[in-house]
Design a protein around this ligand. Sequence first.
Ligand code: PMP
Ligand code: GLN
Length: 388
Amino acid sequence: LNDVFSSLPTTVFEEMSLLAAKHQSVNLGQGFPDNELEGPESMKKVVASSLYEHSNQYPPMMGVPELRQAVAAHSGRHAGIQVDWQTETLVTSGATEALAAAFLALLNAGDEVIFFAPLYDSYLPMARRAGAVPRIVQLHPPSWSVDAAELEAAFSPKTKLLVLNTPHNPTGKVFSAGELQVIADLCIRHNCLVLLDEVYEHLVFPGTAHVSLRSLPGMAHRCLRIGSAGKTFSFTAWKVGWLSGPADMIKAVAKAHQFITFTVPSSLQRAVAYGLDSEQPFYCGLGAVLQQKRALLERQLAGIGFRVLPADGTYFLVADFAGLLPEGSTEDDVEFCYRLTREAGVTLIPVSAFYDDRSEAPRTLVRFVFCKTDAKLQAACDALRAYF
Ligand code: PMP
Ligand code: GLN
């Protein structure tokens, strides 16, 4: 057995959803939208008609041309980054495969990769399996700020890649223009590549702008951007993702992709192409819908005794439960999430699951997901209020 993988636990999202099902709790853990909030009906119709009107055999390895063209047009329209669809785009099986293929393609044994913690749970196992050595820079709560000196200290002559997730899971942080400039300056000075996990690019609350690091001067030729239909259209089951970036990086990642999945179901690709082109009101409206849901949850959690941390995007809310523990309690976030599922009927995700070394993680933070009906959010709050 391989050391990196055999020692891993099952991903926290699967673990907590199984626990929620077992206890029939309100599941505000794993991040997926309720049925009522999922993407446009018109896109489902394109999937269905595509099954009848197009070939059901292997589509092209890089993705169907319609989707690659739509990804390029979307990049120009929403990120201000011009992309050649034929050489600078690639379709993957969700962002998860895009990440895995990028790590396998870009990293050699001993290369150092800079990550910010907390971090999405697939990053480290896949980067380590590619032989890379992670250098982790902490984001500091409550605003999850970056300390420029700490970031600078993480760079070395072996730094090959920096991974940046903005808008950020689990914190909801949207990196500011100033922070992006600091990161860009260091990446240029150390001549490193960048993998941008921008799956939540449209899930930004009104008044805040998502800026892609790739759009900054000196960055286009070193950055790969990742998008996902799971997030942009709230169709997490479809597992359609995409990459855009410089031709040499895309070509390398495509070599890994060809031996991981080779391709992605073409009916789903066609529907996502249609959606990117024609359902802009859906994804451009997500931020406003989510901001209202967050406000509903935040108000009530504060009343119950949680301390809610600020955020500008995503459908995640991080809150501190220290004020709800009995005097002298040493209960940590994992124990708290298990207790809440069993005794209050509400399931959350412990934020320490987003840290490599749990001893470096905050002990009393939990993540709520709020891409749910108002009725479900209300039911969760009622259950928590009754319990505490
Ligand atoms: N990156 C981040 C930060 C995520 O939150 C997710 C969502 N699960 C993914 C990647 C994976 O996305 P997908 O479902 O498209 O594989
Ligand atoms: N990205 C989702 C989350 O953070 C879950 C993804 C998954 O279950 N693999 O909750």
